[in-house]
Design a protein around this ligand. Structure first.
Ligand code: AP5
Length: 210
């Protein structure tokens, strides 16, 4: 099963990707997490992308495509994977079709309005150790691993608005790209995370039974 999670920043791709990874028993591949790890490890890649991520811009297509190509060739992806944050441009989607001719099975589009994503991201806390995310609440350590929680640099209000604009210009056209290929399931991303998970599982089953 090869699944793409699509949706604006803060739609819940990471939250739902972790859950889907458990139910489908395939790895979640988050390009955002991979890039942030490269930054915190101080690698050459991290140095190259640090300011791009901080400013809410997109990392160049060729770079991110080569990272994904290498990752999905690994052994743990043989039974499938969940792509969270990739593809993000039509060029990336076409590159994915070139490196993976059998194509994705389903693209889950999490539809959440801009006002809600601004609200969610302004309050989001992220764990420095395990990357888990939490809505704004009165905690300072991660309940899962006791790592320190922090606010992502790109979760500042002005950067969030820029990320939404970047999404609208470069990523939103992928909704039609996958709809035309009959691979799209559109999910209302509002409501409790459990409700959204149930909708996603039902939507995936429907597409797979066609
Ligand atoms: P990335 O990390 O992928 O950022 P993003 O797409 O902006 O997505 P987010 O992680 O911000 O949000 P999400 O949809 O995962 O929501 P979450 O589950 O956390 O990318 C970061 C940067 O890396 C990019 O800006 C770019 O620079 C670069 N990059 C990455 N991939 C790239 C690519 N392919 N090409 C080029 N550049 C790339 O949820 C958000 C909050 O809401 C959390 O607090 C959560 O607890 C809460 N929440 C979740 N679900 C619900 C719910 N149902 N109700 C209420 N709250 C909820």
């Amino acid at each position: 099963m090869k699944i793409v999670l699509l949706g604006p920043p803060g739609a819940g791709k990471g939250t739902q990707g972790v859950r889907l990874s458990k139910t489908q028993m395939i790895p979640q591949i988050s390009t955002g997490d991979m890039l942030r790890k490269a930054v915190s490890d101080g690698t050459a890649l991290g140095k190259e992308v640090q300011s791009i991520i901080r400013d809410g811009k997109l990392v160049p297509d060729e770079l991110i495509v080569s990272i994904i190509e290498e990752r999905i060739a690994q052994e743990d992806c043989r039974e499938g994977f969940i792509l969270d944050g990739f593809p993000r441009t039509i060029e990336q989607a076409k590159a994915l079709e070139r490196v993976m001719p059998e194509s994705v099975d389903v693209t889950v589009y999490l539809n959440v309005p801009a006002g809600e994503v601004i609200e969610r991201l302004s309050g989001r806390l992220t764990c420095r150790e395990c990357g888990a995310v939490y809505p704004k609440q009165d905690i300072s350590v991660c309940p899962a691993c006791s790592g320190a929680l922090y606010q992502r640099e790109d979760d500042q209000r002005s950067t969030i608005e820029h990320r939404i604009n970047v999404y609208m210009e470069h990523t939103a056209p992928l909704v039609e790209f996958y709809r035309e290929r009959n691979k799209l399931v559109e999910i209302d991303g509002l409501g409790e995370p459990d409700e959204v998970s149930d909708r996603i599982e039902a939507g995936i089953s429907e597409v797979m039974s066609q």
